[in-house]
Ligand binder design. Sequence first.
Ligand SMILES: [Zn+2]
Length: 418
Amino acid sequence: MFGGGIPFEHFAHGGGGMPGGGRGGGSSEPPETTKLYETLEVEKTSTQKEIKKAYFKLSKIHHPDKGGDEHKFKEINAAYEILSDPEKREKYDKYGLEGVNDGHNYGGGEAEDLFSMFFGGGGRRRSAGPRKSPSLQHAIKVSLEDLYNGKTVKLAINRKVIVGDVKSCDSCGGQGIKLEVRQLGPGMITQVQRQCPDCGGQGNTAKTKSERKVLEVHVEKGMAHNEKITFRGMADELPNMEPGDIHFIIQQKEHDLFRRKGADLLVTKDVSLNQALTGFSWKIKHLDGRDIMIKTKPGQIIQCETTDSESGRTLPFIMMVKDEGMPSQGNPFVKGNMYIAFHVKFPTTLDANVISTLRSLLPDADIEEEYDPEQVEEHFLDEAELKHFGKGGAAVSSNEYDSDDEGGGPQPVQCQQS
Ligand SMILES: [Zn+2]
């Protein structure tokens, strides 16, 4: 076992998952629920007051009249409109943008669906074709074995489909908007345009039904964590809109034995000092079920961990089995490598006869120095920790530092000499 061993920080595939992706079971999880908070640069736990403050700050910085980016400004407004409303915020926290995407026109300006506002994806180019209904994202958890071997997963979804004809909305006469007269003061009235609540601004209504559909999701060999598998046009049907897409986002499960980065695998191995010096063979089950035997070459020695002088981190001794990593995506016949990070376990004590045998067998035995114990003091070693270095000697009370403040700080503690 490695206490904060290195390679993992470099090696980790970012198993944290999708932004905000929960770690619950099941094959589909709610979509992300952090983007709006990131947009306002607040924490998920922020209070309404903090959110308001962040909003005022950001909307000043990004206001288009002051040279800010208009899209960014819209995002900030939309995020605030949702997060400042406790009910909408709760929905968003539970269901993501799906939960609040009720056709309401967020962020001012033209209606733009929330997904394309925050995640791009063609939504901003409305003139280039019919609008699309919101796309959906589902996380699918996939084991490393399945990513190694490839797999087809059948997933059932429920989608809304339109039944019968699309009719013009009676409530707004197909305009999608309604005019309202408001009295501002005595003799002053104004007309306000509002999105039609009956058709959600579409100008059309249609009957829909829920349809169950089984999708075959092909997880290809070597697919990466967070990779997207897209089913075009499989999101809900909405009147006069092209159905959006369904995206399945691969979420690689953690593996008991292997860590993965790209096509490479990493496995950790504890060996005894004896194995480190004299060699070993180690059988492991690979991700495709093969048993493989990993062996040292004759004379090969597993070295100790070292410490990186700059970071102070422990660096395990690393070896590699070539071409036993993951299949490369798109080219499964080319595989990555399997890295092995070693930890050598030293014995804590040895019997006297073992010691003398080892001493006679191993190179560079200690040369016993001749001395007269009457003339030379003998000392035996105690265990110690480097963090205590500098703290030896008699304890100095803190009062003395305060009163004796000539040097501007504590005086160096002397190492005790005996
Ligand atoms: Zn209407």
